[in-house]
Design a protein around this ligand. Sequence first.
Ligand code: AP5
Ligand code: MG
Length: 214
Amino acid sequence: MKIIMLGAPGAGKGTQAKMIADKYQIPHVSTGDIFRANIKNGTELGKKAKTYMDAGELVPDELTVDLLMDRISQPDCANGYVLDGFPRTIPQAECLEKALEERQEAVDFAIDVEVPDDSIIKRMSGRRACLNCGATYHIVHIPTKVEGICDRCGSPLVLRDDDRPETVKNRLAVYHQQTRPLIDFYSSRKVLHEVDGTQSMEKVFADIVKVLGE
Ligand code: AP5
Ligand code: MG
């Protein structure tokens, strides 16, 4: 099962992708998480990606596409995966489609988590992320047991550099301009399914399970 998560920054792609990965036993592949791990480890890729991410811009396709293709050719992706944050541009979607076609494969489901821009800005300022294990929380919707500490691995939580309100506004603008066209792209491939992302996380997930099957 090859699944793509679409939706604005903060729509809940990561939250839902983790639940999908758990239920269907497939890897959760997030380009954002891969970049953040590289930034944390001080790699060359991380240094390059950070300047774009902090400004709310997209990391150039040259740095993103090979990285993703390499990740999905690992053995754990043989039975499928859920992609979160990729593709984000039409050229990225075309590269993925071409690579899959070469293996007589295709994306099975593109799930679009719809949330209006004004709700997004409220959500992002409350998000807290663990840069060690990738877990995310929300100070109101998903609080941790001990404030500021990751439940899963005990590391301190941070407000992501790109979750400052000015940057969120730019990320939304970039989304509408560069990523939104993917809705038509996957609709024309007959794999697009829209879910209402303003509902509770459990309800959003239940709607996704209706699409993917039990
Ligand atoms: P990335 O990490 O992918 O960020 P994003 O798309 O901006 O999305 P987010 O991770 O911010 O949001 P999300 O939809 O995962 O929401 P979440 O589940 O956390 O990318 C970051 C940057 O990396 C990009 O800006 C770009 O620079 C670069 N990048 C990455 N991939 C790239 C690519 N392919 N090409 C080029 N550049 C790339 O939820 C948000 C918050 O809301 C959380 O606090 C959560 O707890 C809460 N929440 C979730 N669901 C609900 C709900 N139903 N009700 C209430 N609260 C909820
Ligand atoms: Mg995410």
